[in-house]
Write a protein that binds this ligand. Structure first.
Ligand SMILES: [Zn+2]
Length: 136
C-alpha cells in the first residue's frame, strides 16, 4: 500500500501525474475540500487511514470521532506520522498538518475545543487520506 521511498515523487510535476486534479489541489497546493462533501466525513468503517499521496499510515479508525464540522476528524495520529506547521494564512493563526513522510497537506489541527478527552481535533480532508479497511 505504501510507496517505496525510491518511488516517492521529488517534484510537483511528478506528483501531478500521480494524483487526480482534486487530490493535487488539496495535497500539494494546500487546498480544502468543501465541508460535508468528502467521502469519509461520516465513515465508521474500522481500518487504517493512510496518506493518499504516499500510503503512509496516519490515523487508526478508532481515533476518528464525530465533530460535526464537515470534515473527517481524528483526536490522535500514529506517532511521528504528522508534521505540524504554523499557518497564518487567511488572517488566522492555525496549525497546518502534513504527512511527515511526503510533506503532503492533510488539513489543520485544533486544540482546546473539548471534543474528546484528548482535546485535539485533526481536521483532515477526505481527499488527503484513503481508508484501508481492516479485514479482522
Ligand atoms: Zn504522505
Amino acid at each position: 500500500m505504501s510507496l517505496p521511498d525510491s518511488e516517492l515523487p521529488r517534484t510537483e510535476d511528478e506528483w501531478r501525474v500521480r494524483l487526480s486534479p482534486d487530490e493535487f489541489r488539496v495535497l500539494r497546493e494546500h487546498g480544502t475540500e468543501p465541508a460535508w462533501t468528502g467521502e469519509y466525513v461520516e465513515t465508521k468503517t474500522p481500518g487504517m487511514y493512510r496518506c493518499r499521496a504516499c500510503g503512509a499510515e496516519l490515523y487508526p479508525s478508532d481515533t476518528k470521532f464525530d465533530s460535526h464540522c464537515g470534515w473527517p476528524s481524528f483526536d490522535d495520529a500514529i506517532p511521528g506520522a504528522i508534521r505540524e506547521i504554523e499557518d497564518n494564512s487567511l488572517g488566522m493563526a492555525r496549525t497546518e498538518i502534513r504527512c511527515a513522510r511526503c510533506d503532503s497537506h492533510l488539513g489543520h489541527v485544533f486544540r482546546g475545543e473539548h471534543f474528546t478527552p484528548k482535546d485535539t481535533r485533526h481536521c483532515v480532508n477526505s481527499l488527503s487520506i484513503r481508508l484501508d479497511p481492516s479485514t479482522a
